[in-house]
Every structure is written in C-alpha cells, then in structure tokens.
Design a protein around this ligand. Sequence first.
Ligand code: COA
Length: 183
Amino acid sequence: MQARPVSYSQTTITELMIPSYANFGGKIHGGILLSLMDKVAYATASKHAGTYCVTVTVDKVEFLQPVEVGELVALKASVNYVGKTSMVIGIRVEAQQIKTGKIKHTNSCYFTMVAKGDDDKPALVPPLLLQNQEEVKRFIEALHMKEIKQNIRQQMDDANSAVHLDKAEELLANERCEIQLKA
Ligand SMILES: CC(C)(COP(=O)(O)OP(=O)(O)OC[C@H]1O[C@@H](n2cnc3c(N)ncnc32)[C@H](O)[C@@H]1OP(=O)(O)O)[C@@H](O)C(=O)NCCC(=O)NCCS
C-alpha cells in the first residue's frame, strides 16, 4: 500500500456562525462546533483512507473561548498519525471577526477515526508520508498520546472496580455532597 502525504487529505471547513447556532447565552452552542469538528475529521480521514470511516474517540475538546454569532469559524484538519486501521486527526479551530479580521484560536482537538471496509470491518489504511519536521513531530506526539491514553483507560477501569461503598462517608467528607440514602 502506497504512503499518502499529509497534504493529500488536509481539509478546511469554514462556516459562518448564524443566529440559529446560538445558545441561551447568545454564544455559539458547543454541539454545533462539535458537529463541525466531526465533519472535518470524517472528511480528512476518509480522504486519507479512501473508505468510509467512523469516529472512535474525541480528545481535548475544550470550549475555553466563546465563539460569537457573526464570526467565521475555520476548522483545519490533518492526519497526524496512522496505525493499522485507525487515524488520529488533529483539528485547529479558529474564529475570525469579519469586521476587524481578528482571528482567535479557540481550540485544538484530536479525533481518532477508524476506516471501515465494505464488510463493515476495520480496514487497513495507507501509511502516512511525513514530509517535514512538524509532521514528524505530530506523528510522535500522537504515538505518545496513544500510550498515555491506554494507561489512563487502564487506571480508570482499576479505579472504578476499586470503589468501596463502606468507606464512602470518609472519602466524601470534604466533598460538596450529602449522603441521605432512601430506604
Ligand atoms: C471502533 C470500532 C471500529 C472498533 O472495532 P473493533 O472490532 O474493536 O476493532 P479493533 O479492535 O480491530 O480496533 C480497530 C482500531 O480501532 C482502535 N481502537 C479501538 N478502540 C479504541 C479506543 N477506545 N481508542 C482509540 N483507538 C481505538 C484500535 O486500536 C485499532 O486501531 P489500529 O488498527 O490502528 O491498531 C468499532 O467499535 C465501531 O464500529 N464502533 C462504532 C463507531 C461509531 O459508530 N462511531 C460513531 C458514529 S461515526
């Protein structure tokens, strides 16, 4: 299988934030941005793989800066890493104020996508051709993140199975909750 360069599948979606995208506070609803991220991740992954793809995990989605109605949001996505059937898509989200031209970087996040074959099973994806230092750096970062996530998943499973309700009062003594169990 021939390697495909990162540039082959790089995709940008630009969308104007219209009033119907706003939440009760007048800012753009997080779900709208998530949906756009999923779209650009899908477009990028499926271009690289040449197949239908599914979203498996979403990492580091944080809404730290609000996006306003009237801003132009650009979601720039690239394949940062490929495994056998999975790909990590890095997405940079920027919002531009149209009148001033001022651009704010609102978020960078990572979607793991898996390519599916016609049999609906995970399908092998082409290797990634890394053509500059930045692409090599991103690939290595994604490899590290994959290992960290595997460790965290294991720790979360261990933590969940280690919950002992007989120690609940002691454990929650300094937390902002009250225990009033109903009979
Ligand atoms: C994701 C899915 C394809 C995995 O299927 P599976 O039979 O468990 O396949 P595998 O164990 O062979 O894993 C396939 C790849 O997914 C990766 N993967 C599976 N679970 C993962 C997780 N929690 N996080 C990151 N990667 C994961 C594996 O590492 C593997 O990658 P690799 O081939 O590059 O090594 C399957 O669970 C699925 O179809 N889920 C539904 C996805 C969906 O509907 N998404 C929302 C709508 S698009």
